[in-house]
Write a protein that binds this ligand. Structure first.
Ligand code: CP
Ligand code: NVA
Length: 311
């Protein structure tokens, strides 16, 4: 177990296992306090800047409401309205915003951009989604699995769909960090990024966990405790939508596919979802689906993260 202390949250690997479990425990406490009406103003007087270069429903609202519930304040900054959108440098923007706010959340395209931003910022930077990682979503996902299964270690998680996207990469890192077994099934050409996979494979091997890739989704989901999928066309890939549809069709999460999973499997999807594309309505609206609890947990998990980074 490493002893590193989190400064920024750019990928799940910025956390140690102890920090991950600590955040989940804290998120569960904050969730309970909110439901019981117990004030928890850990960030009174603090501000979070939120830069969005892509659309968002859950991330924007959960961060903004979360800051308010913690006694602080969040500013929604559309990158087109910032000088950043007119060519001001990433580094200058990071340095200037660091003089006003206590933390910055960014949703952007290239992951390198948030890395550049974080290296210039003097306040904590949180990844609200890049093309390659979506760590705050996976914090909520792990919290949700923990709530339902009462454990993470040894739980078998399977991702079916686009292996080379933000969700898959963060889920792989999250599963390995949490001590889970992880299987991924994607069509040829859409396998997880090599860097993420190799690093995760090494870590999983050291700890005796399973991390395996399957071309056949039915084989991958055999005895799965958790099945996760995501959209076939992520933000920024809209022009490829038609072609992607052809490749991903055999990877749809439907009744037939889920029949191979454990009888009490959970279905997760970060949302937004496209019913009858990556998942059938029967599955996402069915008894195994926990997608709305998962969406709610964005709020609680991020509040725990904000408290840790900015408190
Ligand atoms: N899951 C997720 O990040 O949703 P939004 O794109 O609505 O923020
Ligand atoms: N992979 C999706 C996740 C959306 C929350 C995307 O990047 O569009």
């Amino acid at each position: 177990m490493t002893t590193k202390t989190i400064e920024h949250m750019l990928t799940i690997n910025d956390l140690s296992q102890k920090e991950l479990f600590g955040l989940i425990d804290e998120a569960i406490i904050l969730k309970q306090q909110l439901k019981e009406g117990i004030p928890h103003h850990h960030l009174a007087g603090k501000s979070l800047g939120m830069i969005f270069e892509k659309s968002s429903t859950r991330t924007r609202v959960s961060f903004e409401v979360g800051m308010m519930q913690l006694g602080g304040h969040a500013l929604f900054l559309n990158s087109n309205d910032l000088q950043l959108g007119r060519g001001e440098s990433v580094a200058d923007t990071a340095k200037v915003l660091s003089r006003y706010v206590d933390g910055i959340m960014i949703r952007t395209f290239a992951h390198e951009k948030i890395e550049e931003f974080a290296s210039a910022a003097t306040v904590p930077v949180i990844n609200g989604l890049t093309d390659s990682h979506h760590p705050t979503q996976v914090l909520a996902d792990l919290m949700t699995i923990y709530e339902y299964k009462q454990k993470l270690q040894g739980v078998n998680m399977v991702f079916v769909g686009d292996g080379n996207n933000n969700m898959t990469h963060s889920l792989i890192q999250g599963a390995v960090l949490a001590g889970m077994n992880m299987k991924v099934s994607s069509p040829p050409g859409f396998e997880p990024g090599e860097d993420v996979w190799k690093e995760a494979e090494e870590a999983a091997g050291r700890k005796g966990q399973i991390l395996q890739f399957y071309a056949d989704p039915a084989e991958a989901v055999k005895d799965a405790d958790v099945i996760v999928t995501d959209v076939w066309t992520s933000m920024g890939q809209e022009k490829e939508a038609e072609e992607r549809f052809t490749h991903f069709q055999p990877y749809q999460v439907n009744k037939e596919l889920t029949s191979h999973a454990a009888p009490d499997y959970l279905f997760l999807h970060c949302l937004p979802a496209h019913r009858e594309e990556e998942v059938t309505a029967e599955v996402i609206d069915g008894p195994h689906s926990v997608v709305f609890e998962e969406a709610e947990n964005r709020l609680h998990a991020q509040k725990a993260l904000l408290k840790k980074l900015m408190g």
